[in-house]
Ligand binder design. Structure first.
Ligand SMILES: [Zn+2]
Length: 605
């Protein structure tokens, strides 16, 4: 039940700080009761699913209620009166420290032993530090003095109260009393029955040992937690890795691998078996690498996971790649193009025939750009055929053909056949040999729009690469619509971004012209729960968009060098990847480190 007095106190505090105005306060007071009921129904159902039991104690707090109105601080679009904002303000006002809870920093034994799960849940408390004389607890609802006194009596210790956001605290409770409890149960169940798969010899020896039951409930639940955590964190890969004495769970988030869990060694094979079972692999087979896939749902979206296994020195390792359909539903507008580059790129895609090359190393986001472009081009009147190796995202609107080199179905050979299918647009996964290059140009010459990728460092070098693959300069110059080089950088977390200035040595390293001695304002992620204290959340693209202008076509025809072509493009105001990155830093979208990591300053002047 909402405590009306406390609610008014919070609202007054917000009005006093000019975060909200009196009208908004009245709005909360008028609609609060209904709103609280909705939150309760929603959250209780969510908690039931997460904890896997019917009885859950969920109380809507006053802070949560006010936050659910999603006000903006003094109507400022950038700052929200969210749970963290209000909790921080309340803590300040009560003269209590406010902290962020990082699950990886907490002592699992203390959290799970100090208070039972349901008690912690009901009172929204987590024990975070304990000494002989004092116990530090994080509370989401720091008003309950009686509770604090009670705990002090039972524990016979001084209680030090700090304040944390409710979502942080519930996250820890679910994580520790959920996932880790499943792990302990699994450990207990399996420890006695199964030998340590400590090395390869034992792995071979295991052939005759009866299989551990991957259907066992704690294991099912543990995998469920892992998957949900991966989806919440937008992880692209989940790694289950046996080490000498323990098992690791690592996840790749925004391109960086993070270690999420360290597990008892005996438990890992159970998790691995569960993944293999879901992906319909042969569970008994541990020496041969296997591939498989399965689909699951998260927040009403279907997510596909591709699972592969390899034997390692310490046992079997599993990697699951997450294919989030949200990725392919992106629009060109969301890939990180600035307006001018977006207009130029759309202009290229508007051509009815010709060749467009997307350029960059593995992991630079080329595939996403290609799929998004195809989606942009799709209409019921357009026949789009793709040649892929392998098919990365299944899309109904496309006619997708998977390459099978073993039976001679390669990009080069498939391209010839596909022309009989009357395509308007053809996507070729990658141009990496002469046959593919020649046939892609032929297809473009005969009235098709061909999109493909090529491995070179920048847009201008793509021309040289095509000529190296034996394409005649006059043919390439007549079909090339343009080339786009790209890289991915991590995006600064919008939740914890703060103003900052570029350091002098950073300005120098970026060689920003005319910037000497000036204070250049940038943004920096300070680290928060939302970004796992990395300061980054999500990724965005850097693009070098080079349309083949008449001047550039002439240069290609004259076999000009990549430098000459690039110089001409720069004359036409093309931004290099580095310059594009600098612009992104200036706009507060990414950081100096990110741009330096993926670009160089091989600009030709
Ligand atoms: Zn953050």
């Amino acid at each position: 039940m909402i405590d009306q007095q406390r609610l008014v106190w919070i609202l007054d505090l917000l009005v006093e700080r000019a975060a909200i105005h009196a009208g908004q306060k009245q709005d909360v007071l008028n609609r609060g009761r209904d709103q609280a009921r909705h939150i309760l129904l929603d959250k209780r159902a969510q908690m039931r699913r997460m904890l896997g039991r019917h009885r859950v104690a969920y109380r809507v707090t006053e802070i949560e209620l006010v936050a659910s109105f999603r006000f903006q601080v003094a109507d400022n679009v950038d700052e929200k009166v969210d749970e963290e904002y209000i909790t921080q303000m309340v803590a300040e006002s009560l003269e209590l420290p406010f902290i962020h809870l990082d699950p990886l920093q907490l002592d699992y034994r203390l959290v799970t032993s100090a208070f039972g799960g349901p008690f912690a849940e009901r009172h929204l408390i987590v024990a975070i530090e304990e000494t002989d004389k004092q116990l530090t607890i994080a509370m989401a609802d720091p008003w309950d003095d009686e509770l604090v006194e009670g705990i002090a009596r039972v524990k016979n210790k001084r209680i030090h109260v700090v304040v944390a956001a409710k979502s942080d605290i519930l996250g820890v409770i679910v994580e520790f009393h959920g996932f880790r409890r499943s792990m302990r149960a699994a450990e207990k169940d399996f420890a006695s029955e199964f030998p340590d798969l400590g090395n390869l010899e034992q792995l071979y020896a295991l052939q005759d040992v009866s299989e551990l039951d991957a259907n066992d409930k704690p294991v099912v639940r543990a995998v469920w937690y892992l998957l949900n955590y991966a989806f919440e964190q937008r992880a692209s890969d989940i790694h289950l890795e046996p080490k000498r004495d323990e098992g690791w769970v690592r996840m790749r988030i925004d391109g960086v691998l993070h270690r999420i869990h360290r597990l008892p060694k005996v438990v890992l094979p159970a998790l691995i078996s569960r993944f293999k079972m879901l992906a319909r692999m042969d569970i008994a087979e541990r020496r041969r690498p296997q591939d498989g896939r399965f689909k699951t749902a998260h927040e009403d979206q279907e997510i596909e996971l591709r699972v592969s296994t390899v034997p390692t020195a310490f046992g079997e390792k599993v990697v699951a790649r997450v294919f989030d359909p949200g990725v392919q539903l992106k629009e060109l507008e969301h890939l990180g193009f600035f307006p001018r580059e977006l207009a130029t790129f759309k202009g290229m895609l508007a051509q009815s025939s010709g060749l467009i090359l997307v350029v960059g190393p593995t992991g630079s986001g080329k595939t996403t750009t290609m799929y998004t472009s195809l989606q942009h081009l799709y209409s019921p009147r357009v026949n789009i055929v793709t040649l892929e190796d392998p098919i990365e995202m299944v899309q109904e609107d496309l006619n997708q053909i998977a390459m099978q080199p073993r039976i001679g179905l390669t990009f080069g050979s498939a391209l010839r056949n596909v022309l009989r299918q009357d395509p308007d647009v053809i996507m070729v996964g990658e141009i990496r040999d002469e046959e593919t290059a020649q046939n892609a140009v032929q297809a473009a010459l005969t009235g098709h729009l061909v999109l493909s990728t090529i491995h070179t460092i920048d847009a201008a070098s793509a021309v040289g690469r095509m000529l190296d693959l034996g394409v005649l300069p006059f043919l390439l110059s007549s079909v090339l619509v343009g080339a786009v080089a790209q890289r991915l950088v991590r995006r600064i977390c919008p939740v914890c971004a703060a103003d900052d200035v570029l350091q002098d040595d950073e300005v120098l390293a970026l060689r920003i012209q005319g910037a000497r001695g000036k204070r250049l304002k940038v943004r920096r992620g300070m680290g928060c729960v939302k970004c796992r204290y990395t300061g980054y959340r999500g990724r965005t693209g850097l693009y070098e968009v080079m349309p083949a202008t008449p001047r550039i076509s002439t240069l290609i025809n004259e076999k000009a060098s990549a430098q000459e072509i690039k110089r001409e493009a720069l004359n036409d105001n093309m931004l290099t990847l580095r310059e594009y990155g600098i612009k992104k830093i200036a706009y507060g979208e990414t950081s100096f480190d990110e741009v330096m990591a993926v670009t160089d300053d091989r600009t030709v002047y």
